[in-house]
Design a protein around this ligand. Sequence first.
Ligand SMILES: [Zn+2]
Length: 85
Amino acid sequence: MYKRKGNKLLYECQEYINDTCDKFKNLADDYLETGVNLRENLLKIKEGKVEEWLQESQKKYTCKACEKPLAVWTTKCHHCGAEIN
Ligand SMILES: [Zn+2]
C-alpha cells in the first residue's frame, strides 16, 4: 500500500513520522477499528518486508475453515459461514 504525498512516500513525510498528520490519523483510526494497523504495515514495507506483509495479509484474509478469500470488513466467512476472529 504505497501512498504518495507530493512526491514523497507517506512514511518519508515528516508529519507522518511525528504522528501529526490528521489526514493519516483519521484514515488509520478507521482501519484500526477493523483490525488493520496501517502504521505497522507501512513499517514492514519500509523495512523491505513486503513479502512478509503480503503473506501475513493473505493469511489474515483467508478463511481458516474453507481457505477461501475473505472480505476485509466481515466477521463471518461468506463462503462457509465460519466465524472470523
Ligand atoms: Zn470459509
